[in-house]
Design a protein around this ligand. Structure first.
Ligand SMILES: NC(=O)c1ccc[n+]([C@@H]2O[C@H](COP(=O)([O-])OP(=O)(O)OC[C@H]3O[C@@H](n4cnc5c(N)ncnc54)[C@H](O)[C@@H]3O)[C@@H](O)[C@H]2O)c1
Length: 257
């Protein structure tokens, strides 16, 4: 049985995962952590991770960027593997995540879905073919009106996967309103749309002369993120220190089948 601490248990994703895990036989939530206490849970809930003294095998985090530093410190202290799903982390925080990975197992993923993680694998190959042929690359992402960070962590991960394949030659452009000049080849525009209850859309646009190729991923439900996080938690429990990602979870699953 994998024992989980749900960090951010009273948020949208935390509540979703709480319901999801009720259907699972080999994993259970033994405690939750949330600064908001207006939800009735059938496990104990603590106001901060430092206060949580319940024994567990792994933490699933869907809280917010501000909560991540304290969470990492605590996971290192308690040698607790952590599935880190909160987005909007600063450069400094990303460095801290890497350092934490030297001491404890950390699985960080801006997007827990299978489809997005497959895109992260194939986009490097596509951009290496299309960019030299003159195609401009732009990303448009859409999310619900409650999302705090922009652009999404997923849009940045998709951009990074292509930028790394092109020897980091791209410059990300988030706003073109302040300058009147033509787009340069080395630019990669990343635009964010916010509205309604959109779960998550990511569109990668390769625009060439007289032709456009678009690759689009649409998340229709939070269910896929929740399921991915639970699979990741089962995978990470008991793992040695190191940085892991969803591709490791998918590979381990494929190997087991
Ligand atoms: N990686 C993914 O696949 C993925 C998918 C969806 C959302 N996210 C990210 O996960 C995070 C949470 O998303 P959400 O939609 O559930 O948001 P939400 O705002 O509904 O929930 C966040 C919860 O965290 C709690 N919280 C805030 N500060 C805290 C702290 N210091 N300690 C403990 N709990 C704290 C809030 O009270 C809230 O209940 C966001 O950063 C979002 O972008 C990632």
């Amino acid at each position: 049985m994998t024992r989980v601490i749900m960090h951010g248990c009273n948020g949208k994703m935390g509540r979703f995962i709480t319901d999801l895990i009720k259907e699972e036989e080999d994993v259970s939530i033994v405690a939750g952590v949330d600064t908001y206490d207006g939800v009735a849970n059938d496990y104990p809930v603590f106001a901060s991770i430092e206060d949580c003294d319940v024994e567990a095998d792994v933490v699933i985090d869907f809280s917010n960027a501000k909560a991540v530093d304290g969470l990492l410190d605590c996971c290192i202290k308690r040698n607790l593997p952590v599935v880190l799903c909160s987005t909007g982390l600063s450069e400094e925080q990303l460095e801290n995540v890497k350092k934490a990975g030297e001491k404890v197992a950390v699985l960080k993923s801006a997007n827990m879905s299978l489809g997005i993680n497959m895109l992260l694998d194939i986009l490097p190959q596509i951009v290496q073919l299309l960019a030299p042929a003159g195609f401009d690359v732009e990303i448009v992402e859409k999310h619900h009106n409650q999302k705090l960070d922009a652009p999404s962590g997923t849009a940045l991960a998709l951009a990074d996967s292509m930028n790394e394949a092109m020897e980091n030659s791209y410059e990300y452009v988030y706003d073109r309103s302040q300058e009147r000049k033509k787009r340069e080849k080395k630019e990669m525009g990343i635009s964010a749309v916010r509205g309604g209850s959109i779960v998550g859309e990511h569109e990668i646009i390769f625009a060439g002369a007289d032709e456009v190729i678009e690759i689009k991923h649409t998340a229709y439900s939070r269910r896929l993120f929740g399921k991915g996080a639970v699979e990741a938690a089962k995978f990470l429990a008991g793992k040695p220190a190191g940085m892991y990602d969803m591709r490791d979870v998918i590979a381990a699953k494929n190997q087991a089948q």
